[in-house]
Design a protein around this ligand. Structure first.
Ligand SMILES: [Zn+2]
Length: 423
């Protein structure tokens, strides 16, 4: 498709409201599964690739991918993401738990259920205070890690079935938490219907997800990948949850988390906060409810691709060695979409030891530990994990002192001379 227009897909049905006829405004091409880091033994096998087309629903304003990848492929195989690897996320989660405990008066007779509980990084804060907490996560590695620290974890996908079993075994839940998961769910209505069935009448559901407005306004196209099937605004969340007898009542913004995260508060009784009303008005005023807003974005991303490629080719022509930091899904998308391969990059470093020795899918760049920045001293390091820019730059003072420089790819490719502006 060409930049500057949207492509109507008459057969594509909205995952939220069922409207037929979604409008595709960005196509990232045939992309390998971004978390499928390649083992050296599998280098002779081609990567499985799936199209990555992003569309807008003109009825409920939900931004979503067209087409599905089998869920089992994405979450179980090669699932190497452990939440506890980010200090910032640990701190954010602890704060969230402590606030809920205080505001909801949680105690030993309460029940907290977290969907996509990963390695128990959030629930441990409840368990620590004797508050019953149950995790749900289909990924075997993180679920086992959670059990090891004493967090009861059900290794399944969440939906209406599991919710009704939980209710009959444990009763309704005072708090249901779903962080960074609602974007991943192919059957959205089964998922939200499950949360609605699980939460107590006077309970609360908190849902955190990256904010689609930040994605668009800051050109964060690399957060678009197969695992993220939906991209939410307050407008689209309100529409979605109302179909299940829930009300979107409040919102909190965390601009520094995952490139801009919102936390939505849902309950069974209505009562919108002034903060939420304000944000809904802003969404209307900035045009986020219209296709034009997204078409412009598609054009900007095409331009960014050319700029970044020119910058890296220029550095290489000047004899500089270039590496990258952050072997995560968004790094895979950035490298594959822009076309940055082993011809331009020496290696990608990442703190997660489970990824060392593997290769970035598609472009097949090797992954190593961060110490390689000091050993090999690449002149420039492309910061693929820009959402952790501050944390990484702080940890890499030695690299900077020895003359190394970071390149930030978005919102516009820039060589970083000082502390990053993200916070
Ligand atoms: Zn819709």
């Amino acid at each position: 498709m060409t930049a500057g227009q949207a492509l109507l897909r008459p057969e594509a049905t909205c995952r939220s409201c069922g409207h037929q006829g979604l409008e595709v405004f960005l196509s990232l091409g045939n992309m390998p599964l971004p978390d499928a880091f390649v083992h050296p033994d599998d280098l002779s096998q081609p990567d499985a690739r799936y199209p990555l087309d992003v569309a807008f629903c003109s009825r409920c304003c939900l931004v979503q991918l067209v087409g599905d990848v089998p869920a089992e492929r994405m979450f179980v195989e090669n699932y190497l993401y452990f939440s506890s690897y980010s200090d910032q996320l640990l701190q954010h989660s602890r704060q969230h738990a402590l606030e809920l405990i205080e505001q909801r008066g949680l105690g030993s007779r309460s029940l907290v259920v977290e969907v996509a509980s990963n390695d128990g990084y959030l629930l441990r804060n409840f368990a620590e205070q004797g508050i019953p907490a149950v995790g749900v996560d289909p990924a075997p590695g993180p679920a086992a890690a959670a059990r090891e620290i004493g967090i009861e974890t059900i290794q399944e996908f969440f939906g209406r079935d599991l919710a009704s079993r939980l209710v009959s075994e444990r009763g309704h839940s005072d708090v249901v938490i779903a962080n960074n998961v609602m974007a991943h769910v192919p059957d959205l209505n089964d998922f939200v219907g499950g949360m609605a069935a699980l939460v107590a009448k006077d309970g609360v559901i908190t849902v955190e997800n990256p904010y689609v407005r930040r994605l668009i306004d800051e050109n964060q196209f690399d957060t678009i990948y197969h695992e993220h099937v939906c991209y939410y605004s307050c407008t689209s969340v309100a529409h979605l949850v109302e179909q299940h007898g829930l009300h979107l009542n409040d919102v909190r913004a965390f601009p520094g988390l995952h490139g801009g995260t919102l936390r939505w508060y849902l309950s069974k009784s209505p009562g919108r906060s002034a903060r939420l009303e304000e944000l809904l008005r802003e969404e209307h005023n900035c045009g986020l409810n219209t296709i034009d807003y997204y078409i412009e974005f598609g054009g900007r991303i095409e331009q960014l691709r050319h700029e970044l490629l020119n910058l890296l080719h220029g550095l290489q022509r000047d004899g500089h060695k270039v590496a990258a930091y952050g072997a995560a899904a968004k790094g895979t998308v950035m490298l594959n979409y822009v076309g940055i391969g082993a011809d331009l990059l020496e290696f990608v470093v990442d703190r997660n030891v489970h990824k060392h020795g593997r290769f970035v899918p598609g472009v097949r760049v090797p992954i190593a530990g961060p110490e390689r920045l000091l050993i090999d001293r690449p002149n420039y390091t492309l910061l693929l994990a820009w959402n952790f820019a501050k944390e990484i730059v702080r940890q890499q003072q030695d690299y900077l002192r020895r003359g190394g420089r970071f390149v930030i790819p978005i919102p516009k490719p820039t060589v970083l001379e000082h502390e990053p502006a993200y916070d």
